[in-house]
Write a protein that binds this ligand. Structure first.
Ligand SMILES: Cc1cc2nc3c(=O)[nH]c(=O)nc-3n(C[C@H](O)[C@H](O)[C@H](O)COP(=O)(O)OP(=O)(O)OC[C@H]3O[C@@H](n4cnc5c(N)ncnc54)[C@H](O)[C@@H]3O)c2cc1C
Length: 464
């Protein structure tokens, strides 16, 4: 019999006797890990190697009943509770010290209806796994740009991706959510039922319960899309960024153009333009001609490719495990001065793994009213990220300091707004700003569905 010492929400420690714990374990069809279990270290690990937490229990759920029993157990003992899908959360909220983790990564069921072009998908899927099921029908929805990101956390925060100009954010494509509430009940939230919760789940993050499955609208993506990267030397980055600013000022919905400042495999600082076109390939070739002809690139890797290949294109930049520190914001004015800040810092990267991606939010993603979903940042803008990555723990302080200095110089241009899924662990003061004009309404929905703030280990919205 395993006796558990676990952390309560108020910080005190509770001892759960072996018999009580065994009864709980017997209700779970999936796997239950404690510090004594084989596989505990794998079960507690998340994408960001800086997050090294030791939960008392990890419940790897196999189905909805496991989720319900785990929520009820956590509530009964007032345990610190964290939720995990793809484990990619930048702030590491997918794990905790001393509490209970509900890990949905064992729940990967998906059923596609090619007639209605919808997919019912369980919350433990990654984008790679989800795409594999929809693409056999030539269908997809807006998904993350790195394929091993979880569909759950990304969708609940909003969801920026290669189809957002044409089909909106990921959350704009959700038709319904199945969710286990703080009371341990399974309900469905959609436009007609629990409409306030349906609104809040489209951008409000993991604040309202455990989503067990999503129903998504899918779209035809055809046999091939245009994708790939064009790489320029960092010496030309200033001109390239000005050009990038101009071509992304008002792009067609079908055209996605992102940028990244990074280090090449040969160790040289480079600036990359990442291109995607979602539509007729011949028309796409015309649309990207000026991008391909700009300057003297070191390499042009743009080509027609299957949608799935574009979804995997950036995977190598984001392996599971290295140490990370991340700063992010939205940029509304792409001035020459801000370009100078980007290039000055990116010319002196102190880790070859570090990258500075820039995403253009445009088209359908911006034509939704700011208060129509909880994701309120519905204007044309750029999402900018400093993603510092390194391997040696001894280097933590230097890397964090470098990232903060870079951000300190960028922040005056970026203003206060930020994508909730890109907030770091040490930035709780940015949460309210991230939800912006929707914050008060989100607090009211939280009060209805989770008045005791059971789901608090997230970018937390306190009950209003
Ligand atoms: C390499 C990388 C690439 C990324 N690329 C993109 C991108 O292209 N577009 C984009 O929009 N974002 C992107 N992000 C940010 C990403 O959206 C967030 O990190 C998101 O939290 C990841 O979701 P997850 O399920 O993998 O994470 P997890 O760490 O498993 O979960 C994150 C949080 O989401 C909530 N959550 C997870 N599952 C559930 C559930 N079933 N029910 C309720 N709440 C839940 C919880 O609060 C949890 O703490 C990227 C992140 C990384 C690390």
């Amino acid at each position: 019999m395993t006796t558990i010492n676990a952390t309560r929400t108020g910080g005190s420690v509770v001892t759960i006797d072996g018999e009580t714990f065994n009864v709980f374990e017997s209700t779970i069809h999936g796997d239950v890990f404690t510090a004594e279990s084989e596989g505990y270290d794998r079960a507690r690990s998340v994408w960001n190697g800086m997050i090294d937490k030791r939960p008392a229990v990890v419940v790897k759920c196999r189905g909805v009943s496991d989720v319900i029993n785990a929520v009820r157990f956590a509530r009964e003992h007032d345990l610190v509770l964290s939720l995990r899908g793809g484990a990619h959360n930048v702030a590491g909220h997918g794990t905790c010290d001393g509490g209970l983790v509900i890990d949905l990564s064992g729940m990967k069921g998906v059923r596609v209806d090619p007639i209605t072009r919808t997919a019912h998908a369980q919350a433990g899927l990654t984008w790679a796994e989800f795409d594999d099921e929809t693409l056999v029908h030539g269908l997809a929805t807006t998904g993350g740009t790195v394929s091993n990101t979880g569909i759950a956390g990304l969708t609940l925060g909003g969801g920026l991706g290669w189809l957002m100009g044409k089909h909106g954010l990921t959350c704009d494509n959700v038709i319904s959510f199945d969710i286990v509430t703080a009371g341990g009940e399974l309900i469905t939230a959609d436009a007609d039922s629990h409409a306030d919760l349906f609104w809040a789940l489209r951008g409000g993050g993991g604040n309202f319960g455990v989503v067990t499955s999503f129903r998504f609208q899918l779209h035809d993506v055809g046999p091939a899309v245009i994708g790939g990267m064009i790489i320029h030397p960092m010496d030309h980055a200033r001109e390239l960024m000005r050009f990038y600013r101009d071509i992304t000022a008002d792009p067609p919905d079908e055209l996605e153009v992102y940028m990244a400042l990074m280090t090449s495999p040969d160790g040289d600082p480079v600036a990359g333009i990442m291109v995607g076109y979602n539509g007729d390939v011949t028309e796409g070739e015309k649309q990207i001609k000026a991008i391909r002809e700009f300057g003297s690139p070191l390499a042009d890797l743009v080509q027609p490719m299957p949608y799935s290949a574009r979804q995997h294109m950036l995977d190598d930049f984001a392996p599971h495990g290295p140490r990370r520190y991340w700063k992010s914001g939205f940029l509304q004015e792409f001035s020459d001065d801000v370009i100078d800040v980007f290039v000055d810092h990116a010319s002196n990267l102190i880790s070859p793994m570090t990258g500075i991606p820039i995403f253009n939010v445009h088209g359908a993603a911006t034509r939704v009213a700011p208060d129509a979903t909880a994701f309120g940042h519905r204007i044309h803008q750029w999402d900018i990220d400093i993603v510092s990555q390194w391997l040696d723990p001894e280097d933590d302080e230097r890397q964090i300091e470098w990232t903060r200095k870079f951000w300190g110089d960028l922040e005056p241009f970026a203003g206060e707004t930020v994508y909730v899924n890109h907030i770091s662990e040490d930035e709780p003061s940015r949460i309210e700003t991230a939800f912006g004009l929707n914050y008060a309404r989100l607090r009211a929905v939280k009060r209805t569905y989770d008045p005791g703030n059971v789901f608090r280990l997230n970018h937390n919205i306190p009950p209003g």
